[in-house]
Design a binder for this molecule. Structure first.
Ligand code: ZN
Length: 144
């Protein structure tokens, strides 16, 4: 396993090189000094999406959602709970498809909520429909 990985700061979106053995500790960003992990999903826009997808060595699990979508709102607490279980092995993020329609179109998001798992900037799996916490965590871990 690599001794260090690139993790993108959830605040200033600066890539940080972190020792793998310190990932589970309270790592802070070298630039803005904010915690690298909060145990909650990060809200992305088109710019920060590119920075996280383009640089992150850890898998990024994105919840494509919209404010008007009832099932999306119902799933939000489960997704937040999943972040507490999956970080720091994964970065969990949310992408508002109403605000970022071009990005949703680029990924062919036809129904929401849709979870898409990215590794090394490439999509490796996706799953549409609301899931509970155990479902989200289990699905992410099954993707290897
Ligand atoms: Zn930062």
């Amino acid at each position: 396993m690599a001794e260090a990985v690139i993790v993108v700061c959830p605040h200033c979106h600066t890539p940080n090189r972190l020792p793998v053995k310190r990932l589970g500790e309270a790592a802070v960003c070298g630039k803005c000094k904010s915690p690298m992990f909060h145990g909650e999903p990060l809200e992305l826009d088109a710019d920060s999406f590119e920075r996280h997808l383009g640089r992150s060595d850890i898998p990024v699990l994105v919840d494509f959602w919209a404010p008007w979508c009832g099932p999306c709102r119902s799933m939000a607490p489960a997704f937040a709970q999943a972040a507490r279980q999956l970080e720091p092995e994964y970065r969990l993020a949310k992408l508002n498809t109403e605000a970022e329609q071009a990005l949703a179109a680029r990924f062919g998001i036809r129904s929401i909520p849709t979870l898409v798992l990215f590794r090394g900037g490439r999509e490796i799996a996706r799953q549409s429909g609301a899931m509970d916490t155990a479902g989200i965590v289990g699905w992410a871990r099954r993707q290897g």
